[in-house]
Design a protein around this ligand. Sequence first.
Ligand SMILES: Nc1ncnc2c1ncn2[C@@H]1O[C@H](COP(=O)(O)OP(=O)(O)OP(=O)(O)O)[C@@H](O)[C@H]1O
Length: 282
Amino acid sequence: MNTVEFKNVAKNRKDFTIQNLSFTIPTGFITGFIGPNGSGKTTTIQMMMNLLQIDKGDIRIFGNSHKNHHNKQRIGFVYDDLYMYEDFTIANMKAFIAPLYKTWNENLFQRYLAQFELPLRKKVKKFSKGMKMKTSLLFALSHEPEFIVMDEPTSGLDPIFRRELLDLLQDLMINEKQTIFLSSHITTDLDRIADYIIFIYQGKILFQKSMEEIKETFHVVKGKKELIDDDTRELFSGLQLSNTGFQGLFEGNPALFEPFGQDVFIEKATLEDIMYFMTRKE
Ligand SMILES: Nc1ncnc2c1ncn2[C@@H]1O[C@H](COP(=O)(O)OP(=O)(O)OP(=O)(O)O)[C@@H](O)[C@H]1O
């Protein structure tokens, strides 16, 4: 079952185009959304949250149109821009936000407030970036959403809280109905917690795969430069040549390289390797 379905979505911005964007977010899993700067992650999330009009295509959330305002009750949206609330304190924000949600859980709010060590009576505009992210997370989680959407939640967080956040997300998954979608540059975070990865580059989806499949099929192959010719070059999704050697990203069964014996060195690719090689311009 899918919580979200994008079908052939198109959007033209000034110098940026998204065409035929199709992907799904499976229910009950953590899906990571990766791509280099400016590849369209925030644009995609804004379209999903109906903050940005789409030009063409169809977006479904919980099987409904993404414009259905009842969806909001069931979604927790986390982002670090709280510009609407700059002059509010967390106490003011709660008075405003809590009544909007039928499923508001005050005990949970108090628990996260203490856990995140946030001040109740300080103005949001005096918060650091990390504190704003924590505040957004606090409100998103306190109404017990089925679907949590996070745009770069770990950027601006110190490594200790980043770790805590990732642990918290994993704990949330114990309740199997929950679905999490998060964009991140920090691919090591996703290596740790994601079940699925969607990779976007220049407004196009390069792939959507399970972490298991990624770990099985993507490898970095290293060896001497002489091994690269027109035929072997074709094997790689991205290649880096130095004076003496090469490194390339290979997708498929690495047994293919067995005949090369000690002449090549093969290791499993990390998400960072995959992003690096697949977006390399030779
Ligand atoms: N308000 C806007 N009007 C016009 N173009 C925009 C606007 N916001 C973003 N863009 C353009 O859309 C493209 C995609 O940006 P987007 O923020 O979606 O990428 P991203 O993958 O989230 O990047 P990052 O990782 O840097 O946050 C960029 O070329 C950007 O210049």
